[in-house]
Ligand binder design. Structure first.
Ligand code: F6R
Length: 241
């Protein structure tokens, strides 16, 4: 079931998301994390709360959704680097407790399988998600089977176009593949928190919430999950009934 929370703008979305997330920043919890522009406001609030209130991450584990294939972790746009820059290096989390899928190595499919095994051992209490303008969640593009596990996948052209802003606006610099948690992996999380802001998400938000549950809109699978909160700002909610 999807609970929709409408707010005015991205700042309020981040405030509300932090309010939800705060309940899970407790010893023993496992957080599922995302990259992209959407979670930045939430991560800023988590860092501020750690610095001002001493909220500790020492006994928290994290699993990220995805990573580009072939990008060294030292590349500033790798999701590994993103997570360290925007969150991990600014809180007291223990490196060994953080997990970002690796897009480097001899056997990416075997590594992906191992990633799912680790998640099965430490089930995610709350999974944070953004949504792509084509309805993707993590890098599960339209057509991805709902029962998929972590796997290697091609990025849709629309996603390469959306993400080229991080690569000098040059589509040829955007990696063409990623390792991503599958839709089946994401659906195992006990709770899901999806944030969508901005007019370019409006159609995807409508399809996710009001459309049929169909692989053409990967996020529509969330209608089948028992505990989903979707925080939308006015622009992203503009096509909802
Ligand atoms: C990121 C991820 C992606 C993004 C989505 C939206 O880890 O899995 O699905 O959440 O592409 O990206 P932004 O937030 O940049 O609009």
């Amino acid at each position: 079931m999807i609970k929709v929370v409408k707010v005015d703008n991205a700042t309020e979305a981040a405030d509300k998301a932090f309010e939800v997330m705060k309940e899970y920043i407790k010893p023993g919890k496992v957080l599922g994390l995302a990259t992209g522009s959407t979670p930045l406001g939430l991560y800023e609030r988590m860092v501020k709360d750690h610095k001002e209130n001493g909220t500790s991450y020492k006994e928290i584990k994290t699993f990220n959704l995805d990573e580009y294939v072939g990008l060294p972790i030292t590349h500033p746009e790798s999701y590994y680097a993103f997570m360290h820059r925007n969150l991990f290096d600014q809180i007291d989390i223990i490196e060994e407790n953080t997990h970002v899928p690796s897009g480097l190595g001899e056997d990416l499919e075997a590594q992906a399988k191992h990633y799912d095994e680790m998640i099965d051992k430490d089930p995610v209490d709350i999974q944070l998600l953004g949504i792509g303008s084509d309805g993707h969640i993590a890098f599960n593009e339209p057509g991805t089977p709902f029962d998929s596990g972590t796997h290697v996948t091609d990025l849709a052209e629309s996603t390469i176009r959306d993400n080229c802003r991080f690569f000098d606006n040059d589509m040829s610099k955007v990696p063409t593949q990623s390792v991503t948690q599958g839709i089946g992996t994401i659906m195992k999380a006990k709770n899901i928190l999806l944030i969508a802001t901005g007019a370019n998400k409006a159609q995807a938000v409508k399809d996710m919430i009001e459309g049929p549950v169909d692989e053409a809109c990967p996020a529509s699978v969330l209608q089948k999950h028992p505990n989903v909160i979707v925080i939308v700002d006015e622009a992203a909610a503009s096509m909802l009934k």
